[in-house]
Design a protein around this ligand. Sequence first.
Ligand code: 16G
Ligand code: ZN
Length: 525
Amino acid sequence: MNPFPPKYQSRTSKAAPIYNASGLRANASELPLAVYNLGMALRSLPRSKSLGVMITASHNDWRDNGVKVAVDGHIPNALDEKKIVSLMLDVQDPPPPNTHKAPLTVGVDNRYSSLYLCRILCLGWGGSTRFIGLCSTPQLHLFSSQSYPNHKTFNLSISDLRSHWTNNLTLAYESLLHTPKRQTLHVDCSNGVASIVIEPLVRSLNYLTLVLHNTGGGTGGGKEADCNTILNEKCGSEYVQKSKKPPKLYDSSDTYKFREDSNNDIWCSVDGDVDRIVFYKVISTASPLIDDASIKLFDGDRLTCLVVKYLKRVTVNLSLNIGAVQTGYANGASTRYLEDVLKVRVLCTKTGVKHLHEAASKFDVGVYFEANGHGSVVFSPYVLKLLTFDYKDERLKAEVKILKNIVKLCNEYVGCAVADMLLCLVAVDEIGWDGVEEFYADLVSSTTKFFVADKNLVECNGDETKVLQPKGMQEELDEAMREVGGGGRCFVRKSNTEDCVRIYAEGEDDKVVRLLEDKVRVILG
Ligand code: 16G
Ligand code: ZN
């Protein structure tokens, strides 16, 4: 059965970029009008809200760009998102005046098109702005939440805001260290803003040596011909997680070699706007070729297990309801480990940080990571209240102290790769990365693209693990899973960031996965 009727397959017109759960994202050249309209749409959001925008396309190609909006620091809720979309599509003429008292907080990544699009967005907004400059998406969320004229940090200069952020993370991290001992972490900055964001921490952290690589963040990150450091190309968390290869090293002064002598070094890679992180260990290779080097990846699934295990350990006496949130992309072995070994509840949501973050707030302490490294820890108001009490019991007192520092470390609005980096280093301290490796053996999995004329023909259920439309397709997928056996699991969903449908297949070995993927391709037509 071909679920895509020919009349749809012949459609060629490309829709205008539209705002969705992942923000606005497209090739930069297609964006000016949409960005202008988005700026105007923000005028009509309630004046009581504190608004921010980040110009970035995250892990995407350097030629792309986009906008992520923050409302009171948060990713817009469904209602605000709907409003933004409808206002963008139905622009009022003349536009409504901008009557907001609070300025729009604006941040940019280092793409060549970012400043240009930022100007256009501000024209559309037509009100006062507070320009942060180069920053990460999580920083923008945090700083924009503090932009009410009556907020205690409102009068801080941008540089004070940044040092406040650095000091806060440093203090929280160092208070959490069980036995302060010096360690080294290599950080692949993906030639994005990470090098600028992390640089102050390199100086302020006393027990952690951060060695930054791919630091082309200040120089354009992929500015056509004259730039030799390319944002997100063969580097960064997306590349490392998907290819399971170490990043290409661009800096001419970078002498690091993925060789035998680098065996067991611990690395992490973040993405272009520093809201994703994956860790990995370099595996010995005698070859001088980077393409022959391999890594042991600690992806978002393993980081969820690591953080849940740590949180359970440090809050034994507080006995909190700790839970985890994953998407369909989570390796089945990690879900089993969380449920069967760590004994926590696991919720599955749609792809997109916003959905995981919302679900995580259903627990006292909710830990979420997408396999690709977006993640954070969310604390309920109940837990935050618990932390304000004075405890007589020494054990409770000690646990509350730890938890307070974890809360201080985590970005409450959107997962921050830098906060996650520090939290994971604290969490791993007792068991070591070898311990994390032993949690479980990954099932084999593959995520591939399937190009169709209209990806919107595929409609899924709430957590995107089952197809509802076209009718009959899910039955065929179920049948394929039964046929291949070997723990075969698959699902298809439309991508929010690319013009394609994504296929996920998982199973106990390569053969099962390849077979299953082939069957899915046949079903998709
Ligand atoms: C965006 C999402 C990310 C998701 C990815 C999936 C945010 C901030 N980012 O990057 O969470 O994993 O899209 O892309 O929500 P896809 O829809 O193209 O598969
Ligand atoms: Zn990102």
